[in-house]
Design a protein around this ligand. Structure first.
Ligand code: ZN
Length: 257
């Protein structure tokens, strides 16, 4: 399995499950982006830092391709729902830390309430997350989080750290080389899993895993940072955030999927 190193890239979007009832597919109304908050300040927003990745330029694509090969991803077939999610995502990209990067957004036919980023601008969100979202704001917060991972190059940096510490690999030269590197990494993890019971198990030390996988600050720090930001960021009135015909139509359409 090549999926181990992906586990911590995954965001669990916690929300209540929605039961499936009526099966109707209403037309999707046009989606119009909300008015941008031109004066909004996020004073403590960090900026992406270069370095720390061996996947530069087209190597970022090689890595994303290799990761996709190791997973079985099945996009949903509803083009209108897919287009709606893409519009939400592309609008967010404009205001992200990587406004000029090419992004793609894919809705996967997967019931888990997850979304994830694999680098090269490729963002995946599961149908389960769409079902769980109660408002468009919740949905875009998940997409924005994943765009942030990509803009800050977390997937490539995370794999770079793992390759260095687990296999000693410090350079990639081709798509085939990247594929082999990921295979070697998976093999290294298999070796650790098989030998840990005999060797004292120090690889399960949580600080070691934080070093390899960590791209999130501890939750307590994130809550404190958000509280600080809320002193400067003026949110739109509540009614603006909850009434959206396109979101409602999407929710209706996915009941039939
Ligand atoms: Zn995340």
């Amino acid at each position: 399995m090549r999926t181990i190193y992906l586990l911590l890239l995954i965001l669990a979007a916690a929300a209540a499950a929605v039961s499936q009832t009526a099966v109707t597919t209403p037309e999707m109304p046009a989606w119009t982006p909300p008015t941008p908050r031109t004066k909004a300040l996020t004073l403590f927003a960090p900026k992406p830092i270069k370095g720390g990745s061996i996947f530069k330029g087209e190597a970022e694509e090689w890595l994303a391709d290799a990761i996709v090969r190791g997973m079985s991803l099945e996009p949903i077939k509803d083009q209108e729902v897919s287009d709606y999610i893409s519009q939400l995502g592309q609008n967010l990209v404009k205001y992200s830390a990587a406004p000029n990067k090419k992004f793609t957004f894919v809705v996967l036919d997967d019931p888990d309430e997850n979304a994830f980023s694999i680098g090269a601008g490729r963002i995946y969100i599961n149908l389960g997350a769409l079902r769980a979202a109660e408002t468009e704001d919740q949905l875009v917060s998940v997409l924005a989080h994943e765009i942030g991972h990509d803009a800050f190059n977390h997937p490539a940096k995370t794999v770079t750290r793992q390759l260095f510490w687990m296999t000693g690999k410090r350079k990639v030269t081709s798509a085939a080389d990247v594929q082999k590197a990921l295979d070697d990494l998976a093999e290294a993890y298999r070796f650790v899993a098989e030998t840990k019971s005999e060797s004292g198990d120090h690889y399960t030390n949580k600080y070691f895993y934080q070093l390899l996988f960590g791209s999130h600050p501890p939750s307590s720090q994130r809550v404190t940072a958000l509280k600080w930001e809320s002193n400067w960021v003026k949110l739109p009135p509540k009614e603006d955030r909850y009434g959206n015909a396109a979101f409602s139509a999407m929710k209706q359409r996915i009941k039939g999927l």
